[in-house]
Write a protein that binds this ligand. Structure first.
Ligand code: FES
Ligand code: FES
Length: 164
């Protein structure tokens, strides 16, 4: 069957098997290997992408279900200057070690900050509840998100975070 969709601002159309997952479509058909392949059971969040702005575990979604949708992968976050605020904050805070969970974490954070530009720690931890990390202990990830949120707010002149 034919699937046509937008990925990171570009239009794609391919013939796919009906049971091909969105994860395999991204990685194996299109070569977008930033999205990681982990549990394949929806438990680890390594494969998280945005579909129409909402975080989705792409191992549990079929490529054909993304027909006509807008998909954003970690490759789509790059800015002309390089990494976006979330990616850069993960680096500067040491929030990534083996890095396997990081693309999925970053995409969940992107979804959070689009709807809540001033998340507190509890809201950040809740937003990342579906993203498992076996390396970092999460505290540096939370620090990175707080920093990225602050930088993004200062860039657009938004109100300060609620730290209650
Ligand atoms: S690979 Fe999709 S949730 Fe783990
Ligand atoms: S940095 Fe290794 S799993 Fe998160």
């Amino acid at each position: 069957m034919r699937v046509a969709l937008e990925i990171n601002g570009d239009d794609y159309a391919r013939d796919v098997e009906p049971d091909l997952t969105l994860l395999s479509f991204l990685r194996d058909v299109l070569g977008l290997t930033g999205t990681k392949w982990g549990c394949l059971t929806g438990d680890c969040g390594a494969c998280t992408v945005l579909v129409d702005g909402k975080p989705v575990v792409s191992c549990l979604q079929l490529a054909c279900q993304a027909q006509g949708r807008e998909v954003t992968t970690v490759e789509g976050l790059e800015t002309p200057g390089g990494l976006d605020e979330v990616q850069a904050a993960f680096v500067s805070n040491g929030a990534t070690q083996c890095g396997f969970c990081t693309p999925g974490m970053v995409m969940s954070v992107e979804a959070l900050l689009r709807t809540n530009p001033s998340p507190n720690e509890a809201e950040i931890r809740e937003a990342l509840a579906g993203n498992l990390c076996r390396c970092t202990g999460y505290s540096k990830i939370v620090d990175a998100v707080l920093q990225a949120a602050a930088e993004r707010r200062s860039a657009v002149g938004s109100p300060a975070a609620d730290v209650s």
